[in-house]
Design a protein around this ligand. Structure first.
Ligand SMILES: [Zn+2]
Length: 488
């Protein structure tokens, strides 16, 4: 019944020849390698594996927007923000050094669903549609007979904005409910997101068919305004006054300049989302499945608290506050416990494919989280919308975090490194030694990037050419983007 098609040796050999991270090519070769490594070439691999049969195990993928791991109990937070996810994590593998590829929803989510870094899948901005020839994990699973479904509650993930929806047989992107106190702001809160996911679950016609369900919650994203029935009302002892201008405008509550109050509210959003994730997990636990689904909980990026150049925001750089993410993987067949290996959001797609018994395309940036035990180096980038039009790029290995800042000329403007053995929080900038291989690799990567300055060439002259949003959003969408702080 089960059938596996072996990956032809020639495909493996070609893939090994073009892996940028493995071969460290020089610039002209790197350019050619990059061209060869474009995800569209995976179409050949995809076509060669038609109607592949998987093992029939189902998958539940939960992503929570703007969620910092260090505000969760399982990552050591002392506040009770995440009792349901903590209970879930007790039987799961908790990856303590997981990173997003970008501090921005769309590039990061496309990495999660494809296994590619942004310079490979090409999505650098919000409201920038994914290439039609990019293959997602949902495409693979659909081809293998899975029921694919998603419930997403961030407008930038709507199909018109991202073209992600058409990769799923069912895509619920309804976010047109005005928020109680701000009728201009469209949203769907965690309760309604969970309701929608459970509704899909109950309406499934063929319960024998394996499924892949992805649920994306928005609630910890600013402005922080948990509903009145949120489980916990956090309070602090002493105010932490901050300059009002340092607080991102869309998060600011009038003249409120007590940073600790914003942290309380952010934590209340997490506790509220946690309750709703708990309700979703309970609905799956109650299912009469022959075996539980592989369940993954993660985030698209973090959030500056009182850090970075703008407090209570994200999207600009590659500081740990915005690219360090939670990542928990659970299934009875997977050994639980903490895992401190450096991992990436790009690892999620190969992990799912491997788990369901489908061949993993040989050119992905990510690797299987369960079987891969070797140390690796992960990549992330941050579009600087502070007016420079530049980009921060980083390579993070077990011991070091190397950062390069550059502009549209692609020439490095600044560079620094962190010694993660002595400084695990990556706080103290050090000079980069001349012999740094990571720096050379970043320079090669910058030179071979098909989008100079990290901004897609075809969007270089759009009306938001210095911001993180592509210029094709309509007026209604722009209003909603403004309410999330993405457009000024
Ligand atoms: Zn996001």
């Amino acid at each position: 019944m089960m059938r596996r098609i072996a990956i032809p040796a020639i495909v493996v050999a070609m893939a090994l020849g073009v892996l940028l991270f493995k071969t460290e090519p020089q610039s002209s070769e790197a350019r050619q390698a990059h061209k060869d490594a474009h995800p569209s070439n995976l179409q050949q691999f995809f076509s060669a594996h038609t109607a592949e049969e998987a093992n029939g195990k189902s998958v539940l993928l939960i992503s929570i927007d703007t969620l910092r791991p260090d505000h969760l109990g399982m990552y050591g937070y002392t506040r009770n923000t995440s009792p349901h996810m903590d209970a879930f994590a007790k039987n799961g593998t908790v990856f303590t050094r997981a990173y997003s590829t970008a501090p921005l929803t769309t590039p990061s989510i496309v990495s999660m669903l494809t296994g590619f870094t942004p310079y490979r899948h090409g999505v650098r901005l919000l409201w920038q549609p994914m290439d039609t020839d990019t293959i997602t994990v949902a495409d693979h699973l659909h081809r293998a007979g899975y029921e694919t479904a998603a419930v997403v509650s961030n407008i930038v993930l709507g199909n018109e904005a991202s073209r992600i929806g058409e990769r799923f047989a069912f895509y619920d992107e309804s976010v047109d409910e005005p928020e109680a106190n701000r009728p201009d702001m469209l949203e769907r809160n965690a309760s309604r997101t969970t309701d929608a996911a459970i509704r899909w679950l109950k309406n499934r016609r063929d319960t024998g068919q394996p499924f892949f369900l992805w649920v994306h919650y928005i609630d910890p994203h600013g402005p922080y305004d948990a509903p009145s029935d949120a489980p916990i009302d956090f309070a602090h002892d002493s105010p932490v006054p901050v300059e009002l201008e340092r607080i991102a405008e869309y998060v600011r509550d009038g003249e409120l300049n007590d940073g600790a109050e914003y942290v309380d509210r952010y934590d209340e959003e997490i506790a509220y989302t946690d309750r709703e994730v708990g309700r979703l997990l309970a609905a799956f636990d109650a299912l009469d499945l022959s075996q539980p689904p592989l369940t993954i909980i993660t985030s698209d990026h973090g959030e500056n608290m009182m850090e970075g150049h703008k407090y209570f925001s994200h999207g600009y750089d590659v500081n740990d506050a915005v690219i360090h993410i939670p990542l928990i993987v659970r299934h009875p067949s997977i050994e639980p416990g903490a895992n401190s290996r450096v991992t990436s959001i790009t690892d999620i797609t190969p992990t799912i494919l491997e788990f369901v018994g489908l061949p993993v395309p040989p050119k992905l940036d990510g690797t299987d989280l369960v079987r891969n035990r070797s140390d690796k180096c992960v990549y992330a980038e941050g579009l600087d919308s502070g007016g420079s039009g530049g980009l921060h790029r980083t390579l993070i290995s077990t011991d070091t975090k190397t950062v390069v800042q550059h502009g549209r000329s692609n020439e490095p403007r600044d560079r620094w490194q962190f010694d993660l053995k002595l400084d695990p929080q990556a706080q103290k900038r050090l000079d980069i030694p001349e012999s740094s291989a990571a720096f050379e690799r970043l320079c090669d990567l910058i030179r071979s990037d098909r989008d100079p300055g990290g901004r897609p060439t075809h969007l270089a002259n759009d009306k938001h050419s210095h911001g993180p949003v592509a210029g094709n959003a309509d007026a209604k969408s722009l209003r909603a983007l403004r309410s999330l702080g993405y457009v000024e």
